[in-house]
Design a protein around this ligand. Structure first.
Ligand code: PEP
Ligand code: MG
Length: 328
């Protein structure tokens, strides 16, 4: 099977009955970025900017960030690169910006923190925009969005940075393109505000890791409740299904960038739901590509309807395992 997977690595991700998928890469380390250029992905669906921040001893300067982001945008200049604004807090501490909270996952994280510190947000967005000069592949994504007001506030700051950089390059022979702006869907409140959110942004991306944690009220890193944390819980699957139906209805592109997108059973279920964009760790790309090329949309829909009638993730796994065994 490994040989067959490798043989088909460069073939398009299209099911035998014509369902076209676009596969993107999740990245954060520079080694992963090096892989982006020569992987078969259609771009970077999630660049976790907090990772280089976490590896330092102080906030990187605007210029340091420009150099880093430029390298990433240039690694695949014809493909979309989705840079997520700083998503620290929760389980991702910055050694030089200590936060002490009783409930970090319900606390000061993602845009909550950067909107309270617009100077951090602005420096980062200015750096992204400066890095994108002359290119047209930057997309900016906002993590941990809970309310429409946060999106409006972040967009106002992005606009401010855009006009500042525009002013600074006046008279120079270089083009600044307006990036597409999207949000992570990972806090359950957004499930009930999708029409309003769709009017504010260009794309959605589902953070199924956090969505699972918040929907099931299970800390994603607490080993005591690890048996309860599962993105194949029927409630999570229903939420994922609902999101793609609503996104289609509002004509807004939607990607899944949580771990489920890179897992064989998960990718097939997402295909059955109607997702067309999945973003995953580089080492899962080939496997998922092969599966999509060898599973029909019809089969994936059948698996999905079985999964949606279950009452537990164990039962979902049973269906997935039977299906995958049958596929070889
Ligand atoms: C997620 O929450 O699913 C996600 C992709 O982001 P992270 O794992 O970085 O929180
Ligand atoms: Mg997340």
């Amino acid at each position: 099977l490994a040989e067959r997977i490798a043989e088909e690595a460069d073939s398009p991700s299209e099911s035998p009955d014509g369902w076209r998928m676009s596969l993107y890469m999740n990245a954060g380390l520079s080694t992963e970025i090096e892989m982006a250029g020569n992987s078969q992905s259609a771009g970077i669906g999630l660049y976790r900017t907090e990772i280089p921040f976490m590896l330092r001893e102080r906030f990187p300067s605007e210029q340091e960030q420009v150099l880093l982001y430029r390298q990433i945008l240039e690694s695949a200049p014809t493909q979309p690169i989705t840079m997520r604004t700083l998503d620290v807090g929760g389980d991702k501490p910055l050694p030089y910006f200590p936060i002490s909270e009783e409930n970090p996952f319900l606390g000061w994280r993602g845009v909550r923190l950067t909107l309270d510190h617009p100077e951090i947000f602005l420096v980062q967005v200015r750096a992204m925009l400066r890095a994108s000069l002359g290119l047209n592949n930057l997309q900016i994504m906002l993590p941990m969005i809970t309310s429409v007001s946060e999106v409006k506030e972040a967009k106002r700051l992005i606009d401010q940075a855009f006009y500042e950089i525009g002013d600074e390059i006046k008279g120079q022979d270089v083009i600044l393109h307006k990036p597409l702006i999207g949000i992570m869907l990972e806090v359950p409140s957004v499930l009930y505000q999708l029409p309003q959110l769709a009017r504010q942004v260009d794309f959605f991306s589902v953070g199924s890791n956090d969505l699972t944690q918040y929907l099931l009220a299970v800390d994603r890193n607490n080993s005591r409740v690890a048996n309860l944390y599962n993105c194949y819980h029927p409630a999570v699957l229903s939420a994922l299904y609902d999101i793609v139906k609503q996104a289609d209805h509002h004509n807004i592109p939607v990607t899944v960038c949580g771990e489920i997108a890179g897992e064989p059973g998960g990718a097939i279920l997402l295909m059955g739901m109607g997702y067309r964009k999945l973003s995953m760790n580089a080492y899962n790309l080939r496997k998922v590509n092969w599966l999509i090329r060898n599973v029909t949309l019809k089969e994936s829909k059948r698996l999905l309807s079985c999964a949606l009638t279950t009452t537990s993730h164990e039962e979902v796994f049973q269906h997935i395992n039977e299906f995958l065994e049958h596929k070889g």
